[in-house]
Design a binder for this molecule. Structure first.
Ligand SMILES: NC(=O)C1=CN([C@@H]2O[C@H](COP(=O)(O)OP(=O)(O)OC[C@H]3O[C@@H](n4cnc5c(N)ncnc54)[C@H](OP(=O)(O)O)[C@@H]3O)[C@@H](O)[C@H]2O)C=CC1
Ligand SMILES: Nc1nc(=O)c2c([nH]1)NC[C@@H]1CN(c3ccc(C(=O)N[C@@H](CCC(=O)O)C(=O)O)cc3)C=[N+]21
Ligand SMILES: [Mg+2]
Length: 283
């Protein structure tokens, strides 16, 4: 039976560390500032916004939410970003994805100053990730790596398979694993013989948005399996992309949904905000 990687516990430990780092900043009169822009009413974004507001405030981050109507113009969004770019109290800015179709997501993300782009979704930060430079990198992959490290799972030299190639999870996950010396394969909906590919994985990271799609026959015995997915099954229950029941019989390590990657994504984000505020403190 797999060891269950508890993202809630790991996130609580991280929050204690973060609260101490924020206390130090406050002695220098610096309060980390995070501005979140939510356009419309995407369900996964609502969950994220609610949970990160609670955790950010609890550890002492100055958190502000800008809720915009789903019909808002791109110009108005860009104007808000310009204002937040200029606000010296704001260390990090993020726009919840997805955005409504009249908004060009790339235009919006690239309007955020690269150093304030906490999500690391701007082309400047994508280039820094793949160009081996320091930068801001996406929260979900950072949270996943932190969870693997908390469970002392080896990353260097291991065969990692990332299923999913989105700009917000799959691609940056692959980039960070590569940076950490895994041998990385990226699989997606056009991959042939997916199970044969995933069976090679010592580290299997799944982000496809298909309820309970990855069953035991996709998994190498003893593998560490990380389930990024958040879906509702036929019964309306929140489930991941991995079939928890069958995979836990064969995997060495496995994340639950909820209580796995979700809390660690928030950890990845909060840490990035604190790092940015620490950089401001040294200016
Ligand atoms: N817990 C958390 O912190 C977060 C959770 N999520 C969740 O993770 C999941 C993925 O999100 P996101 O990356 O934004 O998803 P996207 O929908 O943007 O991308 C899905 C990816 O999965 C691939 N894919 C879809 N079906 C299959 C399949 N049957 N076999 C192989 N590959 C497949 C797609 O391939 P192709 O490119 O060929 O279309 C695509 O690359 C969702 O459930 C989302 O809610 C997302 C962000 C954070
Ligand atoms: N710019 C941007 N960056 C993102 O990282 C981003 C985004 N947009 N849009 C939406 C998705 C989704 N996402 C989640 C984060 C945390 C939980 C989370 O807290 N989950 C908990 C609670 C789940 C629940 O109670 O329903 C858990 O899994 O235990 C969920 C989903 C980040 N995303
Ligand atoms: Mg989870």
């Amino acid at each position: 039976m797999a060891v269950i990687m508890d993202g809630k516990v790991a996130a609580q430990q991280a929050d204690q560390e973060f609260a101490m780092r924020i206390q130090k900043l406050k002695q220098q009169n610096i309060i980390p500032g995070l501005a979140v822009i939510l356009i419309g009413d995407d369900a996964a974004s609502q969950v994220y916004v609610r949970n990160k507001a609670r955790r950010a405030r609890k550890i002492g981050i100055n958190y502000q939410l800008h809720r915009l109507d789903r019909g808002i113009t791109q110009e108005a969004v860009l104007q808000l970003i310009t204002q937040l770019n200029q606000d010296t109290q704001v260390d990090g800015i993020m726009v919840q994805m997805p955005v409504p179709k009249q908004i060009d997501a790339n235009a919006v993300m690239n309007a955020i100053l690269p150093q304030k782009d906490v999500d690391g979704f701007s082309f400047a930060n994508i280039g820094r990730l793949w160009g081996n430079a320091a930068g801001n990198f996406p929260a979900t992959p950072r949270g996943v790596l932190r969870l693997l490290r908390d469970y002392h799972i080896t990353i260097e030299g291991q065969q990692a398979v990332v299923v999913g190639r989105s700009d917000i999870v799959g691609k940056p996950m692959a980039g960070l694993l590569l940076k950490n010396n895994s041998t990385v394969t990226i699989a997606h909906s056009k991959t042939q013989n997916l199970a044969q590919v995933t069976q090679q994985a010592d580290l299997l990271i799944v982000a496809i948005g298909q309820a309970e799609f990855i069953t035991a026959d996709f998994v190498k015995p003893g593998a560490a399996v990380v389930d990024v997915g958040m879906n509702h099954n036929a019964a309306g229950k929140l489930v991941g992309d991995v079939d928890f029941k069958s995979v836990k019989q064969i995997a060495g390590y496995l994340t639950p949904v909820p209580g796995g990657v979700g809390p660690m994504t928030i950890t990845g984000l909060l840490e990035q905000v604190i790092v940015l505020a620490e950089q401001r403190a040294t200016l």
